[in-house]
Ligand binder design. Structure first.
Ligand code: FE2
Length: 263
């Protein structure tokens, strides 16, 4: 069985298969689907950490994530995103963002494998296609944005979602900063590459910066570009950080996700 089922407006796709039994041709189809839909997910994949890593390596080189602890000494590249029912404050990543944009070379892909999840329909991850968002920008704004970089910081607006955890475990690390072009070309398509959760300003400076920023952020996360992914246990999702924004939705409950980022 191998079947690709695109979501509405092709914002992500489900791939029905058994990851343990893929052949080379299936794998090529998976890579093409990831390029085309920006996010792909697979249900009912009960993978060991060893197999999960092996699968991740097929997409590129594994990245280090400086701000979360590794699963174990044996698997430092798998980081654990955990929320306990007793946790207060927002969940990790509860604002639209792209992962690690505040580094010089942000990871191309992020993978999440759900180990423990609350009831279905809660704790969704919302994705927002920046290919579509770019397409629907007025030409004048496209031209304007193409001349600018965005400045980003790990201490940007979204860092509020790690404050409660920092209170328990201490500070996660030094502030990291970067600059990246706002308009990017990936797989021959243009995308808006801008993380509202980490944004600190435009470079070079713009007159009426607040006005453009507000316009851009509102546009980037319009409902029509969004897809809300429901989780069940043993579900794996992979997305392209350069063409998809994502965010966690607020929830109370226990959840453990195993995360791998890929350069
Ligand atoms: Fe994230």
């Amino acid at each position: 069985m191998f079947k690709i089922i695109p979501n509405k407006r092709e914002i992500g796709a489900e791939i029905v298969c058994n990851i343990k039994k893929l052949n080379k041709r299936d794998f090529i189809k998976i890579k093409i689907a990831l390029q085309k839909y920006g996010m792909i997910y697979f249900k009912k994949q009960n993978l060991t950490s060893k197999f999960y890593l092996k699968f991740a390596k097929k997409f590129g080189k594994l990245a280090n994530y400086p701000r979360l602890k590794g699963l174990s000494k044996k698997y430092p590249q798998i980081t654990v995103v955990q929320r306990k029912a007793s946790d207060k404050g927002p969940s990790f990543g509860e604002q639209f963002h792209t992962d690690s944009i505040y580094t010089k070379k942000p990871p191309r892909f992020t993978m999440l494998l759900s180990r423990i999840v609350p009831n279905k329909g809660r704790a969704n991850t919302e994705f927002c296609s920046q290919y579509l968002a770019y397409k629907e920008l007025p030409n004048s704004i496209k031209k304007r944005l193409a001349k600018h970089k965005g400045k980003y910081s790990s201490e940007g607006p979204i860092s509020i979602t790690t404050r409660e955890r920092e209170k328990e475990k201490g500070k996660i690390g030094e502030e990291l900063k970067s600059k990246h072009n706002i308009i990017k070309k990936i797989n021959n398509k243009y995308t808006i590459y801008c993380s509202p959760g980490h944004f600190m300003g435009f470079e070079p400076l713009i007159n009426e910066e607040q006005k453009l920023k507000k316009y851009l952020f509102n546009h980037q996360i319009k409902k029509k570009f969004q897809y809300s992914l429901e989780w069940e246990k043993n579900q794996l999702a992979i997305w392209d950080n350069r063409s998809m924004l994502h965010q966690a939705t607020p929830f109370k409950g226990n959840r453990i996700m195993h995360r791998i980022t890929i350069n």
